[in-house]
Every structure is written in structure tokens, then in C-alpha cells.
Design a binder for this molecule. Structure first.
Ligand code: MN
Ligand code: MN
Length: 314
């Protein structure tokens, strides 16, 4: 039996939880008790440096995710029957103050983790990954991080006059020691830098950086083998910025960079983590107002599905 509600049920009640999942009992103090996975929206884009709109992603990804069925034909697993997953609604905060947004996100993710569930965050811009990662690392210690992105996200306060935005989560994660030494893999990086110094922090940290060109040249299966060797048996946090994917496949994003991953490569990357110890995932930077025919939202929904499906391996 599937853990999804039927298509008819979904049509009847008219609401749009992620993947037609039951909603968590949001009013209950132990809303996430018994869950393996909790999906949360974070409707915030106050950290964007160019085009906004990512605050609307949780609503649109929920809507299109109703089309995603439960059975995974590659893994041969009925995902939502094996993984008890719930939609935990959106994290609530006044969107005018970035510090209070971070506090609210970290608090809610900490609740999910304390319940023994794996958090899946649909952003929001990439600044929401930092508080999620803080909550996960507080429980598990420094984790391996798979960072899929066109950008390094290690910008400094000098660039925009503020250290807390969607271009800085990886700098904070490294400086706050949330990432296990040597256990950062960045995939999909491309495009010009501000200066030669841009790559310094991740190089010093010993990160493995795999450009979008390298994925095309070596093939995703080989990249997955390297990725698996780096993360080993460590707990893994996956932070997926949709702009890692080429704008041809993911036009609905605020800071697009030409020359990215294909949708097929992106899906295969997440699928390739089967058997890894996933302790959290975010999918960020989807901007529905910039999208066409929901193609970016559909891809986002399938990427999150691939992430939740990884828990069926346990
Ligand atoms: Mn990016
Ligand atoms: Mn990013």
C-alpha cells in the first residue's frame, strides 16, 4: 500500500501537500513523531542578489509534485510505502529580518531531526541552507556535504555589504565547521569569478570541485563513483541549487548561468547516492515567476522525490 493519498482523494480535498502526502499534525507538539522524512517549505527570498521569486517555490513545487507517483522503477521500491513521509507545511517567519528567518528555519529543522526524521527543505533562496545545515550538524556532528550549484557560494561580506545572503552559505558552513574536513563535494560549478581568490576558501578546505564541463566529459556515473568515495560512510547533507542545471532545463531561477548540467544528469546524480547515509536535503533557488510551463518546478519535484527515495534503501 502506498503512503500517498490517491489522485481522487487529492482532487476531492483540493489541497496541495508535497507528493499527495498526508500533512503532519501541525498543531501537535510531536507533529513529526514516527516520520522517516518531513518535507518543509521555506518561502523566503530576501537573500537573493538578483531576481527574486524563490519564496513562491514551495507552493508551485507542491502543486506539480502531485503528478509524481510512488514506485521507483530503478530502485524497485515503493518509495512512499517504505518511507513514512509527511508534509510539514511551511516554516513561518516575518520575512523582513534575515536573522529571525534563520532562527525559525534552524528551530523547525531541529524539531524534525529530534523526531528522528530526515528533513527535506524546499526553498527559498540558498541562504536557507545554512540554518538547515546548522540544525543537522548540531545533531550529527560535522557532515559530508554534496553541494550542487553553478556557484561556489563562498562570497564575502565585501561583495554585497552583508555576510548573510544566498551567495555565502558555504563560506559560513566551512567557517562554522559544519562540514567534515575533506568531505565537501561541489558539482556543476562554472562561469567567471569575481577574481582569482574566489576559489581559495574551498581549495584550502580540500573540497572536491567537479565542474559542469567535467560532468559532461566524464559522465555522471564516473562522477557518482568519485562522490561516493569522498563521502564514504559519513552522514551526508545534500544542498541542491537548481541553477546547477542548465537554464535550458531550469529557466525558473534568479541567477542563471549558461553551460550547466542536463536535467537527466541532475536526476542521476541524486539517484546515485542510493545507499549513502542521507541526513538532510534542500532544494533551493526555484523562482516560479521566472519559469516557463512549470519546467523548473517539475524538475525540482523530481529531484526531491529522488532524495526521499534514497531513504528507501535503509
Ligand atoms: Mn547558484
Ligand atoms: Mn547557491
Amino acid at each position: 500500500m502506498s503512503g500517498q493519498q490517491s489522485a481522487a482523494h487529492y482532487l476531492r480535498h483540493g489541497q496541495m501537500p508535497f507528493f499527495r502526502l498526508p500533512m503532519a499534525e501541525l498543531a501537535s507538539p510531536d507533529a513529526y513523531a514516527g516520520c522517516d522524512a518531513v518535507l518543509l517549505g521555506v518561502p523566503y527570498d530576501g537573500g537573493t542578489t538578483y531576481q527574486p521569486g524563490a519564496r513562491l517555490a514551495p507552493y508551485h513545487v507542491r502543486r506539480v509534485s502531485a503528478l509524481v507517483q510512488s514506485f521507483h522503477p530503478v530502485h524497485r521500491a515503493d518509495v512512499f510505502a517504505r518511507v513514512r513521509a509527511r508534509d510539514g507545511g511551511n516554516v513561518v517567519f516575518p520575512p523582513f529580518d534575515a536573522a529571525s528567518v534563520r532562527a525559525a528555519v534552524q528551530g523547525e529543522i531541529a524539531r524534525v531531526v529530534a523526531a528522528g526524521a530526515v528533513p527535506f527543505v524546499v526553498g527559498g533562496d540558498h541562504s536557507v541552507a545554512l540554518p538547515a545545515l546548522r540544525a543537522v550538524a548540531a545533531a550529527h556532528g560535522p557532515v559530508a556535504v554534496v553541494h550542487v550549484d553553478a556557484h561556489l557560494d563562498t562570497s564575502t561580506a565585501e561583495v554585497w555589504g552583508d555576510a548573510w545572503h544566498h551567495g555565502t552559505p558555504l563560506r559560513h558552513a566551512i567557517e562554522e565547521k559544519l562540514i567534515a574536513p575533506g568531505a565537501l563535494v561541489q558539482i556543476g560549478v562554472r562561469g567567471p569569478w569575481g577574481s582569482v581568490d574566489d576559489g581559495q576558501l574551498v581549495a584550502q578546505f580540500g573540497a572536491t570541485t567537479i565542474t559542469a564541463d567535467a560532468v559532461a566529459e566524464r559522465g555522471v556515473a564516473e562522477v557518482v563513483r568519485q562522490l561516493r568515495a569522498v563521502i564514504g560512510t559519513r552522514p551526508v547533507y545534500l544542498t541542491f541549487d537548481i541553477d546547477a542545471v542548465d537554464p535550458a532545463f531550469a529557466p525558473g531561477t534568479g541567477t542563471p548561468v549558461p553551460g550547466g548540467l542536463t536535467a537527466r544528469e541532475a536526476l542521476a546524480l541524486v539517484r546515485g547516492l542510493w545507499g549513502a547515509r542521507l541526513v538532510g536535503m534542500d532544494l533551493v533557488e526555484v523562482s516560479p515567476p521566472l519559469d516557463h510551463a512549470d519546467v523548473t518546478s517539475h524538475l525540482a519535484a523530481h529531484l526531491v522525490y529522488e532524495g526521499v527515495a534514497l531513504l528507501a534503501a535503509r
